[in-house]
Every structure is written in C-alpha cells, then in structure tokens.
Design a protein around this ligand. Sequence first.
Ligand code: OAD
Length: 240
Amino acid sequence: MTQFAPPAPHENVVVLTGAGVSAESGISTFRDANGLWERYRFDEVASPRAFAYDPALVWRFYKMRWENASSAQPNAGHFALAELERGLGERFTLVTQNVDGLHQASGSKRVLEMHGSLRRTLCTQCGATHPTDTVDLAPSIPSCPSCNGDLRPDIVWFGETPHYLKEIDSLLRNADVLLVAGTSGNVYPAAQFVHIASHFGARTLAVNLEPPENASAFDAFMQGKSGDVLPELANAWLSG
Ligand code: OAD
C-alpha cells in the first residue's frame, strides 16, 4: 500500500467521491469507455437549456438513471466509507458528486450531495421538492403533486451552482486529510478541492482505477477499484 499515514486521533477527514465508487454497483460512470457521456451529449440532457428545449428527452434520461439507481445495491467501497464514519464520528464528512443515494443506503449519514439527488424531484413552478418514489413518473413530464407545475429532477446541471459550497469550503480549510475516490478530476469545482485542502495544510490521497486528471496535486495515489482499496484503507485507518 502507498505510504500514507492514518489520520491521528484528533484529525479531521473529508472524503470526496465520484461515479467510480458506484461503478461496482452497476451504475455507469460518465467519462469511461461506454460511459454516459459517450452515449449521450451532456448539453442535450443535463443543462437548464436542454430542459427548456426538450424536457421529455431530459426526463427519459433521468428516469433511466433513477431506475438503475433505485435497483442498485451499495458495494464494498460504500460500506468501507460508512465504516470510517462510524469510527471517526464527527471528524468525518463525506462529500459526493454522486446522485444515486448509495452512500446513504450503505449507512453513511454525514453526506453532502453536492450535485443533488435522483431521489428527489423539484417543481419548476412552486419550488417544492418531492421524493421521486412518491411521484407519478408515467407522464413524459411528471407534474408537481402540490401545484401541478412541471417537475424536474433535483439534480445540479451544467451551468448551475453545486450545493453546500460554503460548507464544503469550510470543511476543506479545516481538513487534515482529504481522500478523493472514483472521480476523474475533470469537473469543477470538485476538481479544485484537492488544491484548497492542500493549501490549508491537509494531506491528500486519491484512489482511482487510473490516475485522475489532477493526479499531480495529490500527495499520494492508490490505483485500483474502490471496492478493493477503500476497505483496505478503512481497516488500516481504524486499527491505526
Ligand atoms: P467520471 O466518469 O468523470 O470519472 C469516474 C472515474 O472513476 C474515472 O477516472 C474512472 O477511471 C474511475 N473508476 C471507474 N471505475 C472505478 C472503480 N471501480 N473504482 C475506482 N475508480 C473507478 O465521473 P465523475 O468524476 O464522478 O456531473 O464525474 C463528475 C461529474 O461529471 C458528475 O457528477 C456529473 C458528470 O458530468 C453532473 O452531472 C453535474
């Protein structure tokens, strides 16, 4: 295992995850071979303009992703992060770009879903959110149960601002260890988190199938599947 000292008993740990962590649960990543952005144009399915132009197409894309996510099970990587949270308590926070809900399904509680969630819909008229499993998804554009307005997926699209940025900034400034797993390091602001945490003194570690785009910014890199590497890491950190 790459030399990376476990967090000391008083140290704060922030974890950032991306699509790679859910790959072993059968959820498509975005930029791998046969990833979602090879099969769909992101500007046609994941932007406010796309929704204004063809909301039914956008909904078809997200209904398919909701179906996949709601039938998927968390994998060993998710469970390892939930285990780390149980061991580290309030010193641990998980920030995820994933929208599939699998971290929560594995028992993680301190989760910030910066790109929204497939498990919620958002009314474009009254602003109410509704759990996706309570909404009638049969119409090509589902309607708000409160006001009958058009619903959209409660997902942060390209051109929109991710959630929790203030809170995440403060977590990164106070982090002693930043672990980033299963993300290609292509999408900002998440790809920038390693620079912020490093600047404020954190030790940084990336876990990924292949070196991420921003690999040179990390102190250490462990190459492999998150379902293999994260359990190993959680064991080492919790017994250290
Ligand atoms: P990407 O698809 O860009 O990257 C996934 C990364 O996970 C790649 O570097 C893979 O090599 C790696 N990977 C694949 N399988 C893995 C495994 N089993 N274990 C470890 N790593 C593995 O996905 P993200 O970086 O999450 O945003 O993409 C970031 C954002 O771009 C997404 O949240 C989404 C997308 O456009 C929005 O939709 C707003």
